[in-house]
Ligand binder design. Structure first.
Ligand code: PNS
Length: 171
């Protein structure tokens, strides 16, 4: 029984995350999406909202071996508690590599039993990030190609009215 852990902020889950999760779910018997309660980052969505959006995305994609759990504290400690043998991370571009490499080696130093595996999403999804999707949504752009439909709706509900009304903008 091989269990993998896919950690991240998922604020919110994107089609890039979902692609990596689908690939990981084919490699492991069980996948746990570990949603970080990170106090250093101000997240747009609450933990409950982030978890629910990932669960809905996994359900809609027919992923039956995926569960979603919040975590706080050290990732390696959560991985040990879950009995996961590997941490999965998506690598989109060379620019991701430095941080991911540092994190993988640090996690190994903290707990030598946890391996980090990198998966690359389909190439047309490599430019998507939660941060940029939120920015586009905040500015009223169309984000439907970048996130699952229910996430696009949730972003619209949260940020839809954030676009300034041109009539109200004074120079
Ligand atoms: O989606 P993100 O923001 O790139 O995810 C980063 C995350 C949550 C995986 C990383 O910050 C993390 O593992 N945080 C938990 C705290 C921890 O273990 N820190 C040491 C990692 S070297």
């Amino acid at each position: 029984m091989r269990k993998g852990l896919y950690p991240g902020s998922f604020d919110p889950i994107t089609n890039g995350h979902l692609d990596v999760l689908q690939r990981a779910a084919r490699l492991f018997d069980e996948m746990v999406v570990a949603v970080a309660r990170d106090n250093q980052k101000q997240s747009l969505f609450s933990m409950d909202e982030r978890v629910a959006m990932i669960e809905e995305a996994a359900r809609a994609s027919g992923l039956t071996n995926v569960s979603v759990r919040p975590f706080e504290g050290l990732l390696v400690e959560f991985a040990a508690r879950e009995g996961a043998c590997a941490v999965l991370r998506g690598l989109r571009a060379v620019s991701d590599f430095e941080f991911e490499f540092q994190m993988a080696l640090m996690n190994r130093k903290l707990d030598n039993r946890v391996e980090t595996l990198f998966l690359t999403p389909q190439e047309e999804l490599t430019y998507i990030s939660s941060r940029i999707v939120k920015e586009i949504a905040r500015l009223g752009g169309d984000i439907r190609a970048f996130v699952p439909a229910h996430v696009a709706e949730a972003l619209k509900r949260k940020l839809g009215n954030a676009r300034p009304d041109p009539a109200s903008v004074t120079s």
